[in-house]
Write a protein that binds this ligand. Sequence first.
Ligand code: PBG
Ligand code: ZN
Length: 324
Amino acid sequence: MFEQKLRPRRMRISEGVRSMVRETSLSVKDFVYPLFVVPGTHVAEEIPSMPDCYHLSVDNAVEIARKIYALGIPAVEVFGLPEYKDEIGSSAWDMKSPVQQAIAAIKKAVPGLVIVGDVCLCQYTSHGHCGKLCGEYVDNDATLPLLQKVAVSQAEAGADIIAPSDMMDGRVAAIREALDEKKLLNVSIMSYAVKYASGYYGPFRDAANSAPQFGDRRGYQMDPANAHEAMKEVALDIAEGADIIMVKPALAYLDIVRQVRDRIDHPVAVYNVSGEYAMVKAAAKNGWIDEKRIVLETLTSMKRAGADIIITYHAIDAAEWLQG
Ligand code: PBG
Ligand code: ZN
């Protein structure tokens, strides 16, 4: 008879032993919760494509922010739906717009909560592209001054971290320069350095009313087939002064997260995007999967791949589950 000597199962024999040898841990401190703010007051409307996520007016966004902070989640990322749209997206830097108002109100009510401002123009432009158009082409260099205005307006409203998601070349350097010029020296930049042109953003674009009115975003977001190019984007954004590097989406790109983590010494963030969220919620609703188990397993996989920060719509549920 074969004599079995090597028994990895010994390290799985009980929860006590498993907990001693567990390599990856998931914590509420890893999470950033995205908020969608809209004009008006007393608005809390569930987003159809994203069950359990809401369009919130500023007053309700503040209430959710209190709850998030009480749960121990360190940060929120603020997205907005503006009152008006135009060719250049000027409501994106309007201090009276929902994002700037929400940032200021949350900072005042919950000063310990870290506020991340998403900087892009697609929610604010009439054409739904992430920058200024020249014909049908998104003009990179003409977009940079607009992004500078958005970043400064959010930082002046009270954002701690500016997160540009537009994918224009040179925007990290441009934003850093604009912040420094206003002496906003301690406002950091979390760059969506590696952002793929992904089908997984579908539910978000419904939620944020930000789908492009013609064409798509392949002329500025990355080709899903490319990994070397991701490393190039990361190197450029670090050289331009990014403080945190993000990879987005998360699940289909965990190989990229690992490669980035192994190459750089900056914190790495992943964005567990709307399509990833919607698929889990839909399957859970049908009783096809165990939502809690799937969510915690999925978020753990992002940590295991090397992420330090996870932006996720599951943050509130996961925080409650992690508490026991
Ligand atoms: C705006 C932006 C998008 C997301 C975050 N910021 C959509 C897009 O690029 O089309 C996607 C977030 C998600 O899907 O959860 N540029
Ligand atoms: Zn955009």
